[in-house]
Design a protein around this ligand. Structure first.
Ligand code: MN3
Length: 206
């Protein structure tokens, strides 16, 4: 079954002024669409056409780097749109997740600081994640290059922020730190993060 570009879960101008309609139009309608189209083109003939996105993505990570770039980015962006909402961000974190962040990461302020710093420190294009280890269940903050994500490393992404320039250049120019701070302080959809936390480990790459 061909992969499809999902609709944004909000209006294009919903995240303004932290992420503009112009950024979302380019990022969703052009960049994400290109990953979907190219992914559908490259998956033909691989035997993965009927696999789930997650399974095909993990297969491609080992066997077909060109396809992996597209499927990894498709997966990442499906969730990225949902990891943001109007009037999001800040410390309003659902209870169970807040407790786990306190236990594993030393609290909200430590989470915020490490997430922003790892996002700034990710050289070139990539992502910064709050991920749960599929084995130990422990939360950690990790960066990945390009379209890679924690799934292929046996971890479940609970939250991710796209630090490719196409995600912030229109609104922040080269100021990646300001973009990351705005993402954490004003955009994170903690309900979606908590939903993924409650579901537990994906265990796709196990
Ligand atoms: Mn992107």
């Amino acid at each position: 079954m061909p992969f499809e570009l999902p609709e944004l879960p909000y209006a294009y101008d919903a995240l303004d002024p932290y992420m503009s309609a112009e950024t979302l139009e380019f990022h969703h309608d052009k960049h994400h669409k290109a990953y979907v189209d190219k992914g559908n083109e490259l998956i033909a003939g691989t035997g993965q056409e009927n696999a789930s996105l997650e399974e095909a993505m993990v297969w491609a990570y080992k066997n077909h780097p060109g396809l992996f770039n597209q499927l990894g980015q498709h997966f990442n962006h499906i969730h990225f749109w949902n990891w943001m909402k109007k009037d999001g961000g800040g410390k309003s974190i659902p209870g169970g997740l807040q407790t786990k962040i306190n236990e594993d990461l030393g609290g909200y302020d430590a989470f915020r600081s490490e997430f922003v710093q790892k996002g700034i420190g990710q050289f070139g294009s990539g992502w910064v994640w709050l991920a749960m280890d599929d084995g130990s269940g422990k939360l950690e903050i990790v960066g990945t290059p390009n379209g890679e994500n924690p799934v292929v490393h046996g971890k479940t992404p609970l939250l991710g922020c796209d630090v490719w320039e196409h995600s912030y250049y229109i609104d922040y120019r080269n100021a990646r730190p300001k973009y990351l701070e705005a993402f954490v302080d004003s955009l994170i959809n903690w309900d979606y993060v908590a939903e993924r936390f409650e579901k537990g480990p994906l265990k796709i790459a196990a």
